[in-house]
Ligand binder design. Structure first.
Ligand code: AMP
Ligand code: ZN
Length: 310
């Protein structure tokens, strides 16, 4: 099998695009898709300072690598959640990538460790708060991503969510018709005046398989295991279902999410609406000053519960 773009042997077949590509052309293809995502969604410019949230997984490390290769000013934040061996290994992957690739290019890695700052790992904190671990984890991560972006004056925060992540989330939201959440499912959420940093997902045009191939071809060492807390999660079921559909008719995932984005963009233009992100009335949290729709933010309420338990 030959590469569609050059005489080399193909390394991967992409049925949804009806092409096969060699290693170099796959790398070029991924870079082009990211560049297109950044431009078409007006994510950021070369002058902006970007904070990439890196988990040690293939997507976020590849994203950091790609942004640096494309010449962007990208630093990163790793939140050490203290989930046993999983966190130890993912932190090692992030630190290794930082030392070998990012630092030599002048980038900085920030690390926030829950055990040091919040007094315990996310599993223990969740138990003390009587919250499901994944819900507590989501709150912690979102809180620290936003806080670090604002405190250190980054223009935008980027995560490694790929097409499979976004299509699975869309399926979950549609199945329950959670229209409030649909509003926020765009790859670029603007900063709000009240203190939410701008958030972008530059990998939304690329599938999990394409990102895995990119990471392997470009010798990015990443943690392969899923978070042990995510076992049996609904998201994994939605991904499986979408993969079955994708095998039957290549391009389904892409059509599902991209067509949603087209319709969403059109609906906004037609009605002149501003994203609900901007419309919400937010005030500084009375405890930590981060933006919240309540007097005390969810993070501070959760931490107060956890402290009461100690
Ligand atoms: P996940 O929800 O685990 O699929 O992660 C989605 C995205 O969130 C990743 O691509 C990263 O950008 C970010 N992320 C997840 N976990 C962490 C973490 N512990 N520290 C920093 N960023 C993270
Ligand atoms: Zn707070």
């Amino acid at each position: 099998m030959r590469c569609k773009k050059c005489p080399h042997r193909a390394a991967i077949k992409l049925p949804q695009h009806n092409i096969s590509l060699c290693k170099d052309c796959l790398t070029e293809f991924v870079h082009a898709q990211v560049a297109r995502a950044i431009k078409s969604q007006k994510m950021f410019t070369p002058d902006n300072r970007i904070l990439v949230a890196v988990s040690g997984g293939k997507d976020s490390l590849a994203l950091w690598a790609i942004l640096l290769k494309l010449g962007y000013r990208a630093d990163a934040l790793y939140v050490d959640l203290g989930i046993g061996n999983y966190s130890i290994q993912s932190r090692q992957k992030v630190e290794h990538f930082n030392e070998t690739v990012a630092q030599p290019l002048g980038a900085t890695l920030h690390i926030h460790t829950l055990a040091e700052n919040e007094g315990a790992g996310v599993k223990e904190l969740a138990t003390m708060m009587h919250r499901p671990t994944c819900a507590a984890c989501g709150t912690m991560k979102r809180y620290h991503f936003n806080r670090m972006a604002l405190q250190k004056d980054y223009d935008v925060m980027a995560t490694g969510h790929n097409l499979d992540d976004e299509a699975a989330r869309l399926l979950g939201n549609v199945l329950r018709w959670q229209t409030d959440f649909l509003e926020k499912q765009t790859p670029a959420l603007p900063a709000s005046l009240d203190g939410f940093a701008k958030k972008v997902k530059p990998l939304y045009r690329l599938s999990e398989r394409e990102m895995a191939a990119y990471a392997v071809i470009n010798k990015i060492s990443y943690i392969v295991d899923e978070c042990p807390m995510a076992k049996g999660s609904k998201m994994l079921v939605y991904k499986e279902v979408l993969n079955r559909l994708e095998t039957e008719s290549p391009g389904t995932k892409q059509a599902f999410y991209w067509n949603f984005l087209d319709k969403h963009a059109k609906a906004q233009t037609d009605s002149g609406t501003i994203a609900s992100h901007d419309r919400q009335r937010l005030t500084p949290c009375q405890t930590c000053s981060q933006p919240t729709s309540m007097a005390i933010c969810t993070y501070c309420k959760m931490m107060a519960k956890a402290r009461a338990h100690v």
